[in-house]
Design a protein around this ligand. Structure first.
Ligand code: GDP
Ligand code: ZN
Length: 357
């Protein structure tokens, strides 16, 4: 049976809950979302809950609705009905993706992740560009990235692969493991401390499910008085998207994590390319895009062979993608403002014109 502390409860969260107007709320952590019904872990058990009308009404996008991993304040229903999520406590960080079908709407797929394992399979050559890309996503979520090179049993030269990944990993640790060699998996144990939340990211087929199975095994912490039923009241067993290990630590494994795209990386691209940011200090123009600008120190470094051309191209590509997403989002914000009557048609058209320039 879990206690709040096993789920990652902190003093900061406690203070945030105390600050809520409604003093009857019970703290809980969202472990599953399905058709707007949430499974919420509370002290010693769990309940099914729905988001309060106020939360749904005030949410301007899906990122303001509860997501797996979120800490929430719920009002329990003493007669055994659904509980109501009345507050979402501040997130420390989150992974999001563009909601299906809506290009610019952000959907939270995992919140409050401490460590993200970025998993690759050594059945394929180490792909530095791919590592960089995932690192950008990780930094944006505020989770500490760890590079896991799985399927080490298939590697020709583990040490060389680790070295290659380490060269682009920045301060992220790199581990070569194999789910076929259980002893190697112990390298990941330090990331599963009590109350610590882990998530996995990486290309399909890299072995994420296999790793989760190894880390979780059968050692799931049993819930207290669990009532499992679906929307029609039938008894059902569900695959949890946030699991609590008996040995300590939590693992988030949501389908959404498998389809992540870059959302708003803001400074994240720069963070993942600290070497380029450093070179950029020598560019002639402060707002240099390191593309075709004269006096660009970054391009000079590529030409002098001091900066890998592939890394440079990867950087440019991510920058462009980030800018494109931001433009789409700005467009949506403008449209929203117009719909809500915050700006009139004339102002809207003028701003739109300005944007297109
Ligand atoms: P996911 O798509 O990232 O969740 O990958 P899966 O966990 O489904 O694994 C994809 C395939 O790789 C499966 O056939 C696994 O059995 C296999 N696999 C997973 N880990 C290892 C490993 O360490 N070594 C080898 N040789 N195969 C592995
Ligand atoms: Zn430059």
């Amino acid at each position: 049976m879990w206690r709040l502390i096993d789920l990652g409860w902190t003093d900061t969260l406690a203070a945030a809950l105390t600050a809520e107007e409604d003093q009857t709320l019970v703290p809980g952590r969202v472990s599953l979302e399905h058709n707007h019904v949430y499974r919420v872990l509370v002290e010693g058990g769990e309940c099914l809950a729905e988001a309060a009308g106020r939360i749904k009404y005030l949410a301007s996008g899906r990122s303001e609705l509860p997501g797996v991993g979120d800490w929430v304040g719920v009002r329990l229903d003493s007669s055994g009905g659904r509980a109501v999520i009345r507050a979402i406590l501040p997130r420390r960080g989150w992974f999001s993706r563009k909601a299906a079908g809506r290009e610019t709407e952000e959907q939270v797929v995992a919140a409050n992740v401490d460590t993200v394992l970025i998993v690759f399979g050594l059945d394929k050559p180490v792909n530095a560009r791919s590592i960089e890309r995932y690192l950008v996503v990780a930094r944006q979520s505020r989770a500490a990235p760890v590079i896991v090179l799985n399927k080490a049993d298939l590697a020709e030269d583990r040490a060389a692969d680790v070295a290659e990944a380490t060269a682009v990993a920045g301060d992220a640790p790199v581990h070569a493991v194999s789910t076929h060699e259980p002893a190697s998996m112990r390298a990941l144990e330090p990331y599963l401390l009590a109350g610590h939340t882990l998530a996995l990211l990486g290309p399909s087929g890299a072995g994420k499910s296999s790793i989760v199975n190894q880390l979780v095994g059968r050692e799931l912490l049993a819930t207290g008085d669990v009532r499992e039923w679906d929307a029609r009241g039938r008894h059902t067993s569900v695959h949890r998207q946030l699991v609590v290990r008996a040995e300590g630590g939590l693992i988030i494994d949501t389908p959404g994590m498998r389809e992540l795209q870059l959302w708003d990386t803001d400074s994240a691209v720069g963070d993942a390319f600290a070497d380029i940011a450093e070179l950029a200090a020598g560019c002639r123009f402060r707002d240099c895009l390191h593309d075709r600008e004269p006096g660009c120190a970054v391009k000079a470094a590529v030409e002098a062979g001091e900066l890998d051309a592939g890394r440079y191209e990867s950087y440019l590509k991510l920058q462009h993608e980030q800018a494109a997403t931001r433009r789409l989002r700005d467009e949506k914000a403008l449209l929203d403002a117009k719909r809500q009557g915050k700006i009139g048609s004339k102002a809207y058209k003028a701003l739109q014109k300005q944007r297109q320039r």
